[in-house]
Design a protein. Structure first.
Length: 308
């Protein structure tokens, strides 16, 4: 899925949480029950003008007692082009003209090289004079420090830590901690999936880090995270089926679940006995979950084999 679409879904589901995390002064003035999402299409010159589509436009009501509405325009960028400021200004103005409302703009950057959190100014020089055209908030996720957000109460913060600077944290341990936070969030399945998908997409582990992560999955405290991973894999299978992706992907996801079982067995017992391998090779659906439970609960290989 393209980065902008992935984040559009995430921000629609957690928009007020996003405001509280990164622009709390704005969040403090917004009625969270008033948030709704608008059409993102605007034109430079009607009716033949070039189409412009913003990533996300939210209509909100303020809490200051006034009936005024504002539009919060959020733009997600993986690679910042040379005309980014032009585009932010253009979207902002077009939305104001279309809706006859004030517009606040926020840019979410998925690339390093920003100040982290900043109020940016877009300027233009005309006849030797520089004019301020627009101020907009910028959230540079890759330039923020995990330490500032990992203990935040919002489960959204845990997911977005996957893009931030980990500092001295070992990345395998970090991924496990983030997945724990998401699992403990008591959210519905759809919102949990959105958060875990961010972690799985943006926190890539090398071989050593993956080994650390799998060893933590195999601990007693890792059972909930391991089940969450399997649920995520199942959801990806369903996604593939609904969207009609390449033939064989579903079987590939089942094999991925079986690979998780083998890694957990190796992390816990140092071996995958032939009897266990036979059960893993045929496991699918609920049988995968049942076998994972036994892998995590058994004290040793002999006890495990006695239960299957």
């Amino acid at each position: 899925m393209p980065h902008d679409q992935l984040f559009k879904q995430l921000l629609e589901a957690f928009f007020f949480d996003f405001l509280k995390l990164f622009v709390p002064d704005i969040a403090a003035g917004v009625d969270p029950d008033s948030i709704s999402f608008e059409s993102t299409e605007a034109f430079t010159d009607i009716p033949e003008g070039e189409l412009r589509t913003a990533d996300l436009v939210a209509r909100v009501r303020t809490l200051d007692g006034a009936p005024e509405l504002i539009l919060l325009h959020t733009e997600v960028e993986r690679k910042r082009g040379p005309n980014f400021g032009d585009r932010m200004w253009e979207y902002n103005v077009l939305l104001q003209l279309r809706e006859k409302l004030p517009v606040l703009s926020v840019a979410v950057q998925l690339r390093p090289g920003t100040p982290g959190l900043s109020l940016e100014t877009y300027r233009r020089a005309l006849f030797g004079v520089t004019y301020r055209y627009l101020e907009y908030w910028q959230v540079g996720l890759c330039d923020l420090e995990v330490s500032a957000y990992i203990e935040a109460t919002s489960a959204l913060a845990a997911a977005l830590c996957a893009l931030m600077r980990p500092g001295a944290r070992e990345r395998g341990m970090l991924k496990f901690r983030l997945a724990q936070r998401i699992a403990a969030g008591a959210l519905d399945e759809a919102r949990t999936f959105l958060l875990l998908n961010i972690v799985e997409t943006y926190l890539d582990l090398n071989e050593a880090e993956q080994a650390t992560y799998e060893s933590l999955l195999a601990t007693k405290g890792g059972a909930e995270v391991a089940m969450l991973e399997l649920t995520w894999a199942d959801r990806k299978v369903l996604e593939g089926r609904e969207q009609g992706v390449l033939e064989g992907r579903e079987q590939g996801q089942v094999e991925g679940q079986r690979a998780v079982l083998r890694r957990v067995a190796l992390a816990r017992f140092g071996t995958v006995p032939e009897q266990l391998e036979q059960h893993i090779a045929s496991a699918q659906g609920k049988a995968v979950e049942s076998l994972l439970d036994r892998l995590l609960q058994a004290r040793d290989v002999d006890e495990l084999l006695a239960t299957i």
